[in-house]
Write a protein that binds this ligand. Structure first.
Ligand SMILES: [Zn+2]
Length: 310
């Protein structure tokens, strides 16, 4: 299951206690999936979607808020609720502030009445429903991106305003004629998931973030160690070439005793680090002493090469 689906599933599972919160949530469902259908003079409120879970959620909430006798029907790939009683339609839409001048007025610009979201709890419910119906989130293993597709610039403004109430600042843009509100920062996405009470998804995202950070850290360390290893192997290889050159041209016996001993130890322990090499000498010397002697050997070899070149 995609991460977006997981978040939506969690939103669907959460139940809202208060009537005001249920109204805020429901208003988003109705503005997205509700429409008035007229059939030979008979007006019905039809709420339909190909997402059965969403229509079932609608069904549960309408029953809870209005205690009405409805059912979920299906036709092809579509699931729907049909309410034909005029008084009930009016009651529902008036509750959603979508009834004006004595007729239904489901907003086309996607903006809901601010009267539906006066409290923080209702704002949370509104954002949950928005994410459920209009939201997308990228798998956090890949990147951090959350967006809400809105119907108009006015709706984008409303979404951003509600987010601001939770100190979440989001960007907005127009992409392919769609007004989008988006969040690209991992920390802010975590805050958003917290606001919409998607706690399981929040934990999963945090785990992913930790795994990512550890992976980056390990990579950095491995690269660092690899670089050091390559460097020391290169140095040792160069030292051995130097010693072999001296041996070939002058013979190792030509070297002062300390350098000759050093050269022999280096040849015998080709991949040993400097500190270890010092331990093979009698008397044993430290890393800087080894370094000093090897540099002298390199200098002699470089002079030999210089002689050769001239
Ligand atoms: Zn509320």
């Amino acid at each position: 299951m995609s991460f977006a689906k997981e978040v939506k599933k969690e939103v669907l599972k959460n139940t809202l206690k208060s009537r005001h919160c249920n109204m805020a949530f429901m208003s988003v469902l109705i503005k997205n999936y509700g429409r008035i259908v007229e059939n030979s003079g008979q007006k019905s409120l039809v709420i339909s979607s190909d997402n059965e879970d969403i229509i079932r959620k609608c069904f549960t909430m309408l029953k809870k808020i209005y205690n009405i006798d409805i059912g979920v029907l299906s036709k092809g790939n579509s699931f729907y609720i049909e309410i034909s009683d005029e008084i009930t339609i009016q009651t529902i839409l008036q509750g959603m502030k979508m009834w004006h001048d004595n007729k239904p007025d489901i907003p086309k610009d996607g903006v809901i009445s601010s009267l539906l979201i006066p409290k923080m709890c209702c704002k949370r419910a509104y954002l949950s429903a928005l994410f459920l119906c209009q939201g997308q989130i990228t798998d956090p293993a890949k990147s951090y991106h959350l967006e809400i597709v809105t119907s108009s610039e006015k709706e984008s403004e409303q979404v951003k305003e509600v987010l601001e109430a939770f100190e979440i600042s989001a960007g907005s843009t127009l992409r392919k004629n769609q007004h989008l509100v988006y969040i690209k920062d991992g920390t802010v996405i975590v805050e958003f998931l917290n606001v919409i009470s998607a706690y399981v998804s929040l934990m999963n995202l945090e785990n992913e973030r930790i795994i990512k950070e550890i992976a980056n850290d390990t990579n950095r360390r491995v690269n660092f160690e690899t670089a050091n290893l390559v460097k020391s192997i290169n140095t040792a290889t160069k030292q051995i070439m130097d010693i072999e050159l001296i041996e070939e041209r002058l013979g190792l016996d030509s070297l002062p005793d300390d350098l000759r001993q050093m050269a022999i130890v280096r040849l015998e322990h080709g991949d040993a680090p400097l500190a270890e090499l010092g331990g093979y000498l009698t008397p044993a010397i430290g890393k800087s002493g080894v370094n000093h002697r090897l540099r002298k050997i390199t200098k002699i070899a470089d002079e030999l090469r210089g002689t050769q070149n001239s």
